[in-house]
Design a protein around this ligand. Structure first.
Ligand SMILES: *[C@@H]1O[C@H](CO)[C@@H](O)[C@H](O)[C@H]1NC(C)=O
Ligand SMILES: *[C@@H]1O[C@H](CO)[C@@H](O)[C@H](O)[C@H]1NC(C)=O
Ligand SMILES: *[C@@H]1O[C@H](CO)[C@@H](O)[C@H](O)[C@H]1NC(C)=O
Ligand SMILES: *[C@@H]1O[C@H](CO)[C@@H](O)[C@H](O)[C@H]1NC(C)=O
Ligand SMILES: *[C@@H]1O[C@H](CO)[C@@H](O)[C@H](O)[C@H]1NC(C)=O
Ligand SMILES: *[C@@H]1O[C@H](CO)[C@@H](O)[C@H](O)[C@H]1NC(C)=O
Ligand SMILES: *[C@@H]1O[C@H](CO)[C@@H](O)[C@H](O)[C@H]1NC(C)=O
Length: 516
C-alpha cells in the first residue's frame, strides 16, 4: 500500500504480478480437481519455478507439470498412509510409472517444495532439507514427454541433460532403454531388484534393504540373451526395451541395435493399438507386463509374467516356509507338515559368524532342521558342489558360518549351498531331495556377534537394562520393586522377538494373499 502511494508504475506492476499469480494458482487448483481446463495445464518448467505441497492435503496426488497429451503428470504423490514422494503418474489409472524414491521419503502431513533452480530439480521437505535432486545436471527447462519421460534439457541441446528413463523405480514403459548403467528396477517394497548384466537380466532378493552394509543379493531369476550372439567375448553389451507391439526385446548396444532376444507377451501379434503398456517388478518378486486400454476397459490386464508358478516366487511362503505346488499351499519347514501355518520364523538376516574368535571360524548357536522333498526354484543360481554324499553336503554347510542351509540332490550328487537367509522352499515329491537348515538359537545368547540386527540389539539392550534395574531396585525396595518389575517385563516382551520381526508383517500379508 505504501509503495503504491509512492509510485503508480510499481503498483501497476504489483497488480499485474498478482493477476498472473492468481491465474497460475487457479489453474493449479483446477488441475488438482481434475477439471477440464486442459489449455491451461503447465507443460514446461523454467528456472525459478517452485511449487508447494500443502501439509496434509486431502488429494493423494498434486500435479505440477503435464505431458502435452495430458495422460501423464508430475507431482507430489502420497505413498502409503503418510509419506510423500515425487512421481510421474499415468492419470487414467492413477498408477505411478516413475517415482523419485529418495532414501528418506517426505512426510505428507508436513509442507514440501519442488523447485527448479540453477538447472536442478529439487524436492525439499520442511526447513529446506533436500530429499531428492537431479544430480550432475544443468538445464534450462523441465518437460514431461508423451512417453512419460521426465526430461531436464538445455535450450541448445536436444539430448536431455537428465531423464527419468535412466532412473526407473519399479516400472519400465514403452521405448525406455533399460541398460546396464540404468538404475536397477526396485520393487516398491524394496525386497527385489531387476538388473541387467552384460548379456543377461536377473532378479535379486534384497536383504536389509536401505542399510549401509553391503548385503548379499542372491539371484532368483535369470534370463540370458540368445547364446549364439554372446559366446563372442567382444560382443557389445545388451540393453532391454519394452515394445508397443507386446514384447520386451534385448538389443545389442551400439551399431545397428540388433535384436538378440525377445520376451513375448500374450498379446503379441494381436495388433492391440492405442494401449498403454508397462512392465513392473511387483512386490511379490515377479516381473509382469500389463496393458491399459483406453475406453472400454478400466483395469490393468497382465499379459506376461516372468515366473509362472506361485511356488517359484522366492518368498511366497515367507522365511522357512515350504510351498506345495498345485494348490500353492504353505507349510513350515519344521512343523512336520501338519497344522502349523506360516509365518514360520522371522527372516534372519544376520549370519551365524562370530567375531569373538580371532579366525572368525566359531559359529553362533543354531538348531538344525532336516527335511526331505524340498528344493528351491532357483537352485541353478546357487553355489554348488558335485559328486558329494548327503553327509558331505551337510558338512560343507555345517562348518561354514556363512552357510544357512544346503540342498542335496541324491539323484545327481549335486549339493547346493544357501549362503543367505533361508526363504521359501518348494515341495518336490522326490525322497532323494534332502534339505539341511540352520535356525539361530534364541537371540539373548548372542550378545557378542557381528552384524547384530537392530531388533536383537534393542532386545538385548532392553534386557540388560531391565536386569540391571531389577537388581538395583531389589536391593532397595520391597513391594514397590515387585510392582515395577511387573511393569517393565510387560513392556519388554514387545522387544524380545529374536531377529528382525518387522518382516512378519509382509510375510503375513503374502500368506493372506495366498488364500485368496
Ligand atoms: C503429445 O500428444 C499430444 C496429444 O496426443 C499431441 O498433440 C502432441 O503432438 C504429442 N507430442 C509429441 C511431441 O509427439
Ligand atoms: C534408446 O536407444 C536407442 C538406440 O540406442 C536410441 O535411438 C533412443 O534414442 C534411446 N531412447 C531413449 C529414450 O534414450
Ligand atoms: C566375434 O566378434 C568379432 C568382431 O565383431 C568378429 O570379427 C568375429 O568373427 C566374432 N566371432 C565369432 C565366433 O562370432
Ligand atoms: C497388424 O497391423 C499391421 C500394420 O498396421 C498390418 O499390416 C497387419 O496385417 C496387422 N495384423 C493383424 C493380424 O491384424
Ligand atoms: C517331526 O516328526 C519326526 C518323526 O515323526 C519327529 O522325530 C520330530 O521330532 C518332528 N519334528 C517336529 C519339529 O515336530
Ligand atoms: C566321485 O567320488 C568318488 C568317491 O569319492 C570317486 O571315486 C569318483 O572318481 C568321483 N567322481 C568324479 C567324477 O569326480
Ligand atoms: C564358506 O562359504 C562361503 C560362501 O559360500 C565361501 O565363500 C567360503 O569360502 C566358505 N568358507 C569355508 C571355510 O569353506
Amino acid at each position: 500500500m505504501r509503495q503504491g502511494k509512492g509510485d503508480p508504475a510499481i503498483a501497476a506492476l504489483a497488480i499485474a504480478i498478482a493477476v498472473v499469480l492468481l491465474c497460475v494458482a487457479s489453474s493449479a487448483v483446477l488441475a488438482i480437481d481434475g477439471a477440464k481446463a486442459e489449455e491451461e495445464l503447465p507443460t514446461q518448467l523454467l528456472n525459478g519455478f517452485a511449487a508447494t505441497h500443502a501439509a496434509g492435503s486431502a488429494a493423494t496426488f498434486e500435479p505440477v507439470l503435464y505431458a502435452t497429451s495430458a495422460v501423464f503428470a508430475l507431482g507430489f504423490l502420497r505413498v502409503g498412509p503418510a509419506s510423500l514422494d515425487l512421481a510421474v503418474v499415468h492419470l487414467p489409472s492413477s498408477f505411478p510409472v516413475w517415482r523419485a524414491t529418495p532414501a528418506r521419503l517426505g512426510d505428507w502431513s508436513r509442507p514440501a517444495t519442488l523447485a527448479f533452480d540453477d538447472g536442478t530439480l529439487v524436492l525439499a521437505g520442511p526447513d529446506g532439507a533436500v530429499l531428492w535432486r537431479t544430480l550432475n545436471t544443468v538445464g534450462d527447462t523441465v518437460a514431461l514427454l508423451n512417453s512419460s519421460n521426465l526430461v531436464v534439457q538445455r535450450y541448445e541441446n536436444p539430448q536431455p541433460a537428465w531423464q527419468s528413463f535412466d532412473h526407473p523405480a519399479d516400472t519400465l514403459v514403452v521405448d525406455q532403454n533399460f541398460t546396464a548403467s540404468s538404475s536397477p528396477l526396485v520393487s516398491a517394497n524394496r525386497r527385489f531388484t531387476l538388473q541387467l548384466g552384460r548379456t543377461y537380466m536377473a532378479m535379486h532378493m534384497q536383504f536389509d534393504a536401505g542399510q549401509a552394509q553391503a548385503a548379499t543379493a542372491p539371484v532368483y531369476w535369470k534370463h540370458t540373451a540368445l547364446e549364439a550372439h554372446l559366446e563372442n567375448a567382444t560382443a557389445p553389451p545388451v540393453y532391454g526395451r519394452l515394445d508397443a507391439l507386446g514384447f520386451f526385446g534385448l538389443y545389442l548396444d551400439g551399431g545397428g541395435g540388433q535384436r538378440v532376444d525377445v520376451l513375448s507377451f500374450d498379446t503379441f501379434a494381436l495388433n492391440l493399438t492405442g494401449v498403454f503398456r508397462r512392465m513392473t517388478l511387483d512386490d511379490d518378486g515377479n516381473l509382469r507386463a500389463y496393458y491399459w486400454t483406453t475406453g472400454d476397459s478400466s483395469a490393468w490386464t497382465s499379459d506376461y509374467k516372468a515366473i509362472a508358478e506361485r511356488c517359484e516366487l522366492p518368498t511366497s511362503c515367507g522365511a522357512y516356509g515350504v510351498c506345495v505346488p498345485g494348490n500353492a499351499q504353505c507349510q513350515c519347514l519344521d512343523s512336520n507338515g501338519t497344522s502349523t501355518a506360516p509365518p514360520c520364523h522371522g527372516e534372519d538376516t544376520a549370519d551365524l559368524c562370530s567375531t569373538a574368535s580371532s579366525n572368525g571360524a566359531r559359529q553362533l548357536g543354531f538348531d538344525v532342521v532336516r527335511r526331505t522333498r524340498v528344493s528351491v526354484a532357483y537352485k541353478e543360481e546357487l553355489p554348488f558342489r558335485t559328486n558329494t554324499t548327503a553327509d558331505g553336503c551337510e558338512l560343507a554347510c555345517a562348518g561354514n558360518c556363512t552357510c544357512r542351509g544346503a540342498l542335496y540332490n541324491g539323484a545327481s550328487g549335486y549339493c547346493y549351498l544357501i549362503d543367505f537367509p533361508v526363504e521359501t522352499l518348494v515341495y518336490q515329491a522326490d525322497d532323494r531331495m534332502l534339505g539341511y537348515f540352520k535356525i539361530r538359537k534364541a537371540a539373548t545368547a548372542n550378545s557378542a556377534r557381528r552384524g547384530m540386527s537392530p531388533g536383537v540389539t534393542a532386545a538385548t539392550v532392553a534386557l540388560s537394562l531391565v536386569l540391571a534395574g531389577l537388581a538395583a531396585a531389589g536391593a532397595y525396595w520391597g513391594y514397590r520393586t515387585w510392582e515395577r518389575r511387573k511393569r517393565k517385563r510387560a513392556g519388554m516382551e514387545q522387544e524380545l522377538v529374536p531377529g528382525p520381526y518387522r518382516d512378519l508383517k509382509s510375510m503375513a500379508s503374502s500368506n493372506n494373499s495366498f488364500k485368496a
